[in-house]
Design a protein around this ligand. Structure first.
Ligand code: ADP
Ligand code: MG
Length: 763
């Protein structure tokens, strides 16, 4: 089935408590006819489903989710804000349980209600003790049925689906402790044969309380991990002022339509993307692009919805709003990234998938061993050890290890203007060992200036520029921009050309006043058999100074050349030096001529250069590098380097980037400052490190705690783990992992300013 016939929907899932739930749901949905692929993210509480609309529709998918014991609703962007309500709910549940659980704990401890008084005939009846046992039993009962209700309901749903999750284990553990105690209590008052004089009411109640505490802490911590994205959402202004027929009207900014005129007052947030029509404000775009200084704007400048106006009022015309807006696309991209999984998570998923049956088996083994070979500790351990095993075996921390780190890492990156397309990009970026830069617009500012015009024969500099302008006026290429700036500065007029066509990697052609205009590199001229011999010396000396030379021809006759100088970014040499120090191989690929490329590369400290290559060839070269075993990152500005971005293992689009680049790239740097490339590397490295730490702690915790809970060390060193302590340890291991991830949210990777760099001196 081709990809086009698939549709994709993301649901917000309710009722997931554990990484194992995510695995169950993923497996369950994948089996459904018509579902092509499923990706469930426990930390985000979401499921993305690709399905075949011919076979199945959204409602059916949602019903299947219901059947598996969870709830599904089509996700809206704002669903992420639900975490506040979820945290509140979790807090309430815990507080209510604590009102019963805390007294339960103390009464039990002070009155010794964990043991039934001896019931021999004729012995004096210990009324006080009986009373406290009954109070403890009553409190535990209420806790089981009120606070524990959600846990038991879910456990039964799982049972119906022949699966098990964390709730199943807790239900089984506390259920066993509770029914065992109820039976003994009944036996005390009737002629039933008691199993033991031990009672575990307190264990059952306290475990439920601690599980709820763990869920509350977890909800709060994962809420923190979502803050970056929520921060972006909070940038959306509520109100806007529309100017309709000269009258100011207050509207919801969601209602701002393309073409509308809006008024933005000092200090207000810009309500939508647009162009300034009146005013010269300075605007703070820090939250959107990471640019810390306010940007001066004038009529015709673009403004981005969500940025903050400075001290001057201005008017704007809306170009994009709502779903189409830049801010929205960033939010979308960040939430997609946070939904995605890092490959390393597969390890965690695989373990989480088998934990429930494994834990059950271990609990049974623990019981059997203690029952038959328990020795003196038998009565104490026979029941409490298996319960502790059930409680502690849940790999919750394991399930949270990767997603919370990805969530925090990508969120922190987004706040600083670095967008990762997903956990996978983040992980693969740490493994990169070769980095390829595009030249124009990536290593350079992409704003070349005309430094020399050399006309031939009877032509003047103006003639050359005027002919050139006819076609360049229709080109998007940075060179065209440079030429048009020069033409405007000299206030030259020019005709319009027709049939303008970009010769990708060579130049541009068109027809003006019935004459064929061809502009481009030496190679472009060569291909069209246009003789440029007369200009050779000038061209070569210009190119040796790192300049780009283009020839202007009319009907097969060269009129002259134009030399342009594009400044390389001032931070570029420093960034390249750092990358080389980190052991990366640095390449520069450019369509520009060989001489000029060499000069630039030398000045920047790049040893490997490929010049005079077409955009497709950049892609081919990257493929070749990968073939010989390099993990290649391509860094480009997206103007004609999308094929290379796509071909690289990791494509990085620098600067606001074109839409094509955004699609082809895995990482987008909103600012064109190359230091953000280093920042992105640092962030991905740090995030990956946190993931590994988390996985280690989560696993080691389970590995160590299970044998202790089973009582393996009971005889040798007297070490055991009560079920309550197990519940506490479990709650805190999750919190530990989540908190470790949340650290990334505050990680600032952009520091220091690059030293001033004198380009002319370097060349
Ligand atoms: P880069 O790889 O540096 O981004 P391109 O592949 O975009 O360069 O272009 C390669 C060469 O093709 C330029 O150096 C220039 O000589 C020529 N060229 C491309 N587009 C134009 C244009 N619009 N006008 C003139 N020359 C152009
Ligand atoms: Mg380019």
């Amino acid at each position: 089935m081709s990809k086009q016939e698939l549709e994709k929907i993301t649901f917000t899932i309710g009722g997931m408590h554990c990484a194992a739930c995510a695995v169950t749901l993923e497996k369950g949905l994948a089996k459904v006819e018509g579902v092509d692929s499923v990706r469930v993210n426990f930390a985000m509480g979401s499921a993305s489903v690709e399905y075949q609309p011919k076979l199945i529709d959204v409602e059916v998918v949602a019903k299947e989710v219901d059947k598996l014991g969870y709830s599904a609703k089509a996700r809206r962007q704002d669903d992420i804000l639900n975490f506040r309500a979820e945290t509140d709910q979790a807090r309430r549940d815990f507080v209510i349980s604590a009102f019963m659980g805390v007294p339960l704990f103390f009464i039990n401890m002070l009155s010794g209600a964990h043991m039934l008084p001896p019931a021999e005939l004729g012995a004096p009846i210990d009324v006080g003790k009986i009373a406290s046992v009954l109070v403890v039993a009553a409190l535990a009962t209420v806790m089981m049925f009120v606070s524990g209700r959600g846990i038991f309901v879910d456990a039964f749903t799982q049972l119906r689906n022949k699966s098990a999750n964390m709730n199943s284990l807790i239900a089984l553990g506390t259920g066993a402790a509770y029914s065992f105690s109820i039976y003994n209590l009944l036996a005390y008052f009737t002629d039933l044969q008691p199993l033991s004089e031990h009672l575990y009411f307190e264990a059952a109640g306290v475990i439920i309380m601690l599980v709820l505490l763990g869920r509350f802490l977890e909800a709060r911590a994962s809420g923190n991990a979502k803050k970056a994205i929520v921060g972006l959402m909070d940038l959306r202004p509520q109100k806007a002022t529309a100017v309709i027929g000269g009258v100011q009207v207050e509207i919801d900014s969601a209602a701002a339509q393309v073409g509308m005129n809006l008024l933005v007052r000092p200090g207000e947030r810009v309500p939508a993307d647009g162009e300034i029509t009146v005013g010269e404000p300075s605007i703070d775009e820090a939250m959107l692009t990471g640019e810390s200084l306010p940007v001066e704007k004038s009529v015709g400048s673009k403004v981005i919805g969500g940025s903050v106006n400075g001290a001057k009022v201005f008017e704007m015309r809306v170009t994009h709003s709502g779903e189409e807006s830049y801010l929205n696309s960033i939010i979308q991209m960040v939430s997609d990234a946070q939904d995605s999984k890092a490959p390393i998570q597969r390890i965690a998923d695989r373990i989480a998938g088998v934990f429930a049956p494994t834990a059950l088996a271990l609990a049974v083994i623990t019981f059997v061993v203690w029952y038959f070979f328990g020795g003196d500790g038998r009565t104490v351990m026979m029941y409490s050890a298996p319960i502790a095993v059930l409680i502690i075996a849940c790999p919750c921390a394991l399930g949270l290890a990767t997603p919370t780190a990805v969530l925090s890492g990508t969120g922190s990156a987004a706040r600083q203007g670095i967008l990762f397309k997903g956990g996978e990009a983040l992980e693969r970026f740490t493994k990169v060992d070769a980095i390829v830069f595009d030249k124009t617009g990536t290593l350079t500012y992409g704003l070349p200036e005309v430094v020399l015009v050399t006309p031939l024969g009877e032509y003047s500099e103006e003639d050359v520029l005027q002919v050139c302008a006819t076609v360049e006026n229709n080109s998007e290429h940075p060179i065209a921009g440079g030429i048009m700036r020069e033409v405007r500065q000299r206030k030259l007029t020019f005709k319009d050309a027709s049939d303008v066509e970009a010769l990708s990697g060579f130049g541009v052609r068109g027809v003006s006043e019935m004459k064929e205009v061809l502009i481009g590199s030496g190679r472009a001229m060569h291909n069209h058999k246009i003789d440029v011999e007369e200009l050779k010396d000038t061209a070569e000396s210009e190119m040796d100074r790192g300049r780009t030379v283009i020839y202007v021809s009319l009907d097969g006759q060269v009129l002259g050349l134009i030399a342009l100088m594009d400044k390389f970014k001032r931070e570029a040499p420093e960034v390249i030096k750092k990358l080389k120090e980190e052991g990366l191989k640095v390449f520069m690929f450019t369509g520009d001529n060989r001489r000029s490329a060499k000069t630039t590369a030398r000045a920047l400290g790049i040893d490997h250069v490929e010049s005079e290559i077409r955009p497709e060839q950049k892609g081919e070269l990257i493929r070749a590098l990968r073939k010989v075993g390099y993990h290649v990152t391509m860094v480009g500005d997206g103007i004609n380097d999308a094929p290379a971005l796509a071909e690289a293992e990791i494509g990085v689009a620098v600067g606001s980037g074109t839409d094509v680049a955004k699609q082809a790239a895995d990482i987008i740097l909103l600012k064109s400052d190359l230091r953000y490339l280093l920042a992105a590397r640092e962030l991905s490295r740090q995030t990956f490190r946190v993931i590994k730490q988390n996985l280690f702690w989560a696993l080691i915790y389970n590995l160590l705690a299970i044998p202790i809970a089973a009582g393996v060390f009971y005889y040798s060193i007297g070490l055991k783990l009560s079920p309550e302590l197990g519940a506490l340890a479990m709650a805190f291991s999750s919190v530990l992992v989540v908190s470790n991830s949340v650290r990334l949210t505050w990680l600032n990777v952009i520091g220091g300013t690059s030293s001033d760099f004198d380009q002319e001196a370097a060349v």
